[in-house]
Every structure is written in structure tokens, then in C-alpha cells.
Design a protein around this ligand. Structure first.
Ligand SMILES: Nc1ncnc2c1ncn2[C@@H]1O[C@H](COP(=O)(O)OP(=O)(O)O)[C@@H](O)[C@H]1O
Ligand SMILES: [Mg+2]
Length: 396
């Protein structure tokens, strides 16, 4: 099958689409990455996502509208990708769409006084994607895992395991998106040996600071240019590293609640109070990302698994300061870009959702209970079949 995986992560920077050719089934699943395309969100769309995801005031009406509007965005992203790849939609068998997370509460909390609830919400209406492309869509992956007691995250370890497992080498897959997360695959691991968790911030704080400092002109600190002009503020770094999140034992997940706008605002306030340069704040936030990853590695990974290689993906791999610091902090580890395993760093998560969709389509369980905490393996993803005839031509 030829499958498109689509993903927009916590950075809400745009939709990555990966074209993947799949054949067979695990453990002998053949996965070949073919191409990648990215579609930026239009400014007001991104602003609306961030507003809602930050927990600002909204209405059920706005969320309903945003679900449909994002359905249009994802459909547009799929069509634009097909056009860029010079492929007609008729040549695509399936789409796996993660959607956009606007809420994720992994741990059950009291609700309405009638019990505890945990929940998650990914939007980007799959019916619209199916209607506009004429391709069946698998979406809404996380809910099925949560319905059997899991945290609904992380889901990519299922694919990390397929890509990186080795009889002899212990490996960690590191993804630096808005949040940074790891999948640990000890040598000769079975599913039960795999563990995964969010280490803490990826690019999220750096992005938020950059946006404020440049008065909205820049969305992220390209090639760490701003950070390179600044100095580390150790007092601030120490304070950031004292976050309770780092004390928590895995499995654990992080989001905008911990490392979003409020965190950036605290840093800005600290900077103002101490008369620091903007670049110092960005540099410190960048080192914070690297340090929190290295710290998690030493605290929670090394004692449990002998690891030699770290396979890196996500937009943060393009930040030379994060990568340089990581390499300096973990000298015994060999850092390998995911592209060396056939999947480019920017396409990794989209690739994963193509694989998860393919498994769902065939009715095979695609969660790793050891990673999510689910009570059992389940088939994640709801299937939307298109009612329209398949399109023969491109259309935007
Ligand atoms: N050249 C670059 N220099 C520094 N940071 C970069 C660069 N390219 C991408 N990034 C970072 O990667 C982020 C996007 O990463 P991505 O993996 O898409 O995250 P997510 O999964 O959260 O959407 C951007 O917001 C930016 O912070
Ligand atoms: Mg992204």
C-alpha cells in the first residue's frame, strides 16, 4: 500500500506529510519512505490553534469550527503533497492523519463529582480529508489506547521499535519537537522491554521567547542565531532545572501546560527583573532543552538500559546549539540522524502515522502497552471511508 501520514505537533508550525510504501506485517513489515512535503498553516489558523491549545477562553462553537477548518487544512496539505510529488490521489491507498492536539490530559482527574476522567482531543475533521481527497482516512488514534487505561501517548514508539530494534545494540530514539521525547529500545528488546517518555521542553520555550523578542517577526530561532549571540544565565538555568516535572519518574508526558507560554512568560519576567539581554534568555532556554534531555538520559535511561546510539529526529535537530550541547553532555553516545535509517528528521512523525494507519487498516494492534500504560494491545485509529468517487485530477 501507498500511505500518506500527516502530522502537526505541539509546535503547530505546519503539517508534515510523508509518503510511505508498506508491505507485509510486523515483525516483517517492509516500510519504505518515499517523500516528504510540508504545508505551513496560514497565520490566523496557527494563532487560533495556539490560543485554544494554551487553554485560553474559547467556546464549543469555536472548537467545532476549528475542527472543520483544520480538516480543510489537512485536506489541503494532502492535495498539495500529491501535487508536489506528481502523484494523483488515485495512487494513494490510505491516509493516516494524527490531527492537531488541542487538549491532552493523560492522568485521570475528578470531573463533575461523578468520578475521574482522562481525555484527549485531536482535531482536523477526517470526513473532510476523505471527501476532498477521495482516500480512506484513519484518524483519532489516541482515544482507543486511553479507553483501555493507557495515557494515549506516546504512540511513535511502536514505529521506533520497528525501525530501530537491534539484537546487539541498545538504542534511544529522540524526537525534538515542541516537546522532546525518547523511546528506549534495549538490545534484543521485545515490546515489553520498550519504554518511552517526554523528557521535557523541546523547541516550545525557545519558539515562544523568539516570537516575543522579535515582536512576532520570527516564529523560531533559526539555526540558533539569537541564542549564539547570548550568554548562559546559570541562575535562570538552575531555576528552570528545578521544575518538578524532572523529578517525576517515567512514564510521563508533558505539554503546553508545563513548557508553553506561561514558562516563557516566567523567563521573560526573570530577564526583566535582572536586566538580562533577550539573547541571554534564548541561549539559556536552548541549553535548558539540551540539559533536560541529558539529565533524563542519565537519571532514567542509563540505570535501566545499556544504550550506545541515539537516533535523532524532529525540528530541534536543526538547532546546532541543542545538538552540540547534547553531544558534549553525553560523550559516550553516538548520535545518528534518523535519515541514516531511511526516514528524514522532519518526516519522522508523519512517517509514523502512515505506519500506524496501515496497521489499523489491517485490524492489527498498534499501541505498545509498555509505553502508554494501556492494559492491553488495541487497534488505534478510526476509519473514515470516502463517499465521493476518487479524484482523478488535482484540485486545491
Ligand atoms: N533551522 C532551524 N533552526 C532552529 N530550530 C529549528 C530549525 N528548523 C526547525 N526548528 C525547530 O523545530 C520546530 C518544529 O519541529 P517539529 O518537529 O515540527 O515539532 P512539532 O512536532 O512540535 O511540530 C520549529 O518550531 C523550530 O523550533
Ligand atoms: Mg511540526
Amino acid at each position: 500500500m501507498r500511505v500518506i501520514g500527516m502530522m502537526s505537533g505541539t509546535s503547530a508550525d505546519g503539517i508534515d506529510a510523508a509518503l510511505v510504501r508498506l508491505e507485509g506485517e510486523p515483525p516483517n513489515l517492509k516500510m519504505v519512505f518515499e517523500d516528504h512535503h510540508r504545508t505551513e498553516f496560514r497565520g490566523p489558523v496557527r494563532a487560533a490553534i495556539l490560543r485554544v491549545a494554551e487553554g485560553d477562553k474559547t467556546t464549543s462553537g469555536e472548537i467545532s469550527q476549528l475542527n472543520f477548518a483544520l480538516g480543510e487544512e489537512f485536506a489541503r496539505a494532502a492535495l498539495a503533497a500529491c501535487e508536489a510529488w506528481n502523484l494523483s490521489c488515485g495512487k494513494i491507498d490510505l491516509i493516516g492523519s494524527h490531527g492537531q492536539t488541542i487538549y491532552h490530559q493523560a492522568v485521570p482527574t475528578r470531573f463533575l463529582g461523578v468520578g475521574s476522567v482522562n481525555s484527549t482531543l485531536q482535531i482536523g475533521e477526517p470526513a473532510i480529508i476523505a471527501a476532498q481527497t477521495g482516500i480512506p482516512v484513519v484518524a483519532d488514534f489516541r482515544t482507543a489506547d486511553m479507553a483501555v487505561g493507557g495515557q494515549g501517548a506516546p504512540l511513535v514508539p511502536f514505529v521506533d521499535y520497528l525501525l530501530y530494534r537491534s539484537k546487539h545494540v541498545g538504542r534511544v530514539a529522540l524526537n525534538i519537537g515542541g516537546i522532546a521525547n525518547v523511546t528506549v529500545i534495549p538490545a534484543n528488546a521485545s515490546h515489553a522491554d520498550v519504554f518511552a517518555f517526554d523528557t521535557g521542553p523541546g523547541n516550545m520555550i525557545i519558539d515562544a521567547l523568539t516570537n516575543v523578542i522579535t515582536e512576532g517577526r520570527e516564529r523560531y530561532d533559526k539555526d540558533a542565531q539569537i541564542a549564539m549571540a547570548g550568554q548562559i544565565v546559570t541562575g535562570l538555568l538552575d531555576r528552570l532545572m528545578r521544575d518538578r516535572y524532572f523529578e517525576k519518574k517515567p512514564p510521563k508526558t508533558a505539554g503546553r501546560e508545563q513548557f508553553g507560554k506561561p514558562a516563557a512568560e516566567r523567563i521573560l519576567a526573570f530577564g526583566k527583573e535582572h536586566g538580562l539581554k533577550s539573547a541571554d534568555l534564548v541561549r539559556t532556554a536552548t541549553i535548558f532543552t539540551a540539559l533536560s534531555i541529558a539529565d533524563a538520559f542519565r537519571r532514567y535511561i542509563l540505570p535501566r538500559a545499556h544504550v550506545r546510539e541515539m537516533i535523532v529526529a524532529g525540528g530541534g535537530t536543526h538547532n546546532p546549539l541543542i545538538m552540540g550541547q547534547l553531544a558534549a553532555m553525553l560523550p559516550s553516545i553516538e548520535f545518528i540522524p534518523s535519515a541514516s535509517f531511511g526516514v528524514p528528521e522532519d518526516a519522522k512523525e508523519a512517517f509514523a502515522f502512515a505506519v500506524l494507519a496501515y496497521e489499523a487498516w489491517h485490524g492489527r494492534p498498534n499501541n505498545i502497552p509498555a509505553a502508554t500504560g494501556a492494559s492491553r494491545p488495541v487497534v488505534m485509529g478510526k476509519i473514515m471511508r470516502p463517499f465521493t468517487r476518487r479524484r482523478k485530477t488535482f484540485e486545491r
